[in-house]
Design a protein around this ligand. Structure first.
Ligand SMILES: [Mg+2]
Length: 389
């Protein structure tokens, strides 16, 4: 088996029911997908973050991938070479595609390959529901009312954890958090995420206001690289009568930024994304870094079904997080399970990746265990390239 072609696709979906975070409207969902095709008609898939230049930058990977036998490529070894040949977003897609092909070539799931090193292969991963956004069409009163209904829906569906979007003002955030906690009862974990809409001082005030509602973590309490700000919030929230862990890192990509954040003691929970932090190999390395700093590794996951599958395999094989003062459910791996409207997550891959009793099963077939639906891919592709042997 050799790799004979590298195809790349930019996909973009405009939501029909737009949502917003505390920082503003959630933009169209855009991704870079890489397909590595072999001479025996297999395809390995990876999802990278989208950018204007990403698809062209993939040319840097072609000489290192085309003509190679995927069963003989260890993506962990090739990663260092690829890191010098292309930016981290496109690299993330190529690395994940190589893992998918390697698993297919060796007849093992990606989780099985990774688990050989960690000693863990979980058939399912605990998930928290990411939803509870503000829909653009809502009034303030509808926002407050609909959030509670949505939270009750997650509880009824069996989720044991969920995340609320804050960043809409101290008063609204506090009322929403209180109302959801009342609605879901004491046994379901509740996280809040301000999407860097606040200053450290505003986030500390929010922490003080919502500490009574058993908040599992506060995510992005300030700008993504504001280490003094993160440190200040983390110290203040640790001193509350009911301490709130601090989470962040979803906007970072370079390993050096994660190292700087760890060294600055910015976080309790670190949230890199497989599409922007170097694919499965980059994430595996970051997991080791983060746990070594006594922090919890809880990946961000908000992209296509390919990224969701990759994150599931990664989490299936992760070692335990340090018990420290992390949130209750982040000792075992925890999946961010995006519940927003997103056709390139829901419809792009099969089998359907779904939640049961708070857990999401890991696709069991070799590689990532998914097939890409060509009609859905074609519907949302806005640009396409191919490099061949
Ligand atoms: Mg977030």
């Amino acid at each position: 088996m050799i790799v004979t072609a590298m195809r790349a696709y930019r996909v973009r979906v405009q939501p029909t029911d737009p949502i917003r975070t505390g920082r503003g409207p959630v933009p169209a969902r855009a991704d870079l997908l890489v397909e590595l095709v072999t001479d025996d008609d297999r395809s390995g898939w990876g999802n990278g973050s989208d950018s204007e230049s990403g698809i062209a930058a993939l040319a840097g990977a072609a000489p290192h991938v085309l003509g190679r036998d995927p069963s003989r490529i260890d993506p962990r070894v090739l990663w260092t070479t690829l890191r010098e040949a292309l930016p981290i977003g496109p690299l993330s897609a190529v690395d994940t595609a190589l893992w998918d092909l390697r698993g297919q070539a060796l007849g093992q799931s990606v989780a099985g390959l990774l688990g050989a090193e960690s000693g863990h292969v979980r058939p399912q991963v605990r998930a928290y529901a990411t939803g509870l956004f503000r829909h653009e069409r809502w009034t303030d009163a509808e926002h407050a009312r609909e959030l509670v209904l949505e939270a009750e829906g997650y509880a009824a569906a069996g989720y044991t954890a969920m995340k609320l979007k804050t960043g809409f003002g101290l008063d609204a955030d506090t009322r929403h958090t209180a109302a959801i906690r009342r609605a879901i009862g004491p046994d379901i974990a509740l996280y809040v995420d301000s999407n860097a809409a606040y200053t450290p001082q505003q986030s500390i005030a929010l922490g003080e206001a919502i500490a009574a509602y058993d908040v599992g973590w506060m995510e992005e309490p300030t700008g993504p690289l504001d280490w003094p700000g993160y440190h200040q919030v983390r110290a203040a929230l640790a001193n509350l009568s009911a301490p709130i862990p601090v989470a962040g890192g979803e906007q970072l990509g370079a390993a050096s930024d994660f190292t700087a954040g760890c060294d600055a003691a910015a976080w309790d929970v670190v949230q890199p994304d497989v599409v922007s932090a170097g694919g499965i190999t980059g994430m595996w390395r970051l997991g080791r870094l983060v746990r070594g700093k006594d922090m919890a590794f809880v990946p961000h996951c908000f992209h296509t079904g390919i990224a969701l599958a990759a994150t599931l395999h990664l989490l299936s094989a992760q070692p335990l997080n340090p018990p420290g003062r992390g949130p209750a459910f982040a000792y075992e791996p925890l999946l961010e399970y995006d519940r927003t409207e997103h056709p390139t997550r829901q419809d792009l891959v099969r089998p359907l990746i779904s939640q049961h009793s708070g857990f999401v099963p890991v696709p069991a077939a070799p590689g990532l265990g998914i097939t890409v639906q060509r009609d859905i891919l074609a519907r949302y592709t806005t640009a396409e390239t191919v490099a061949t042997l």
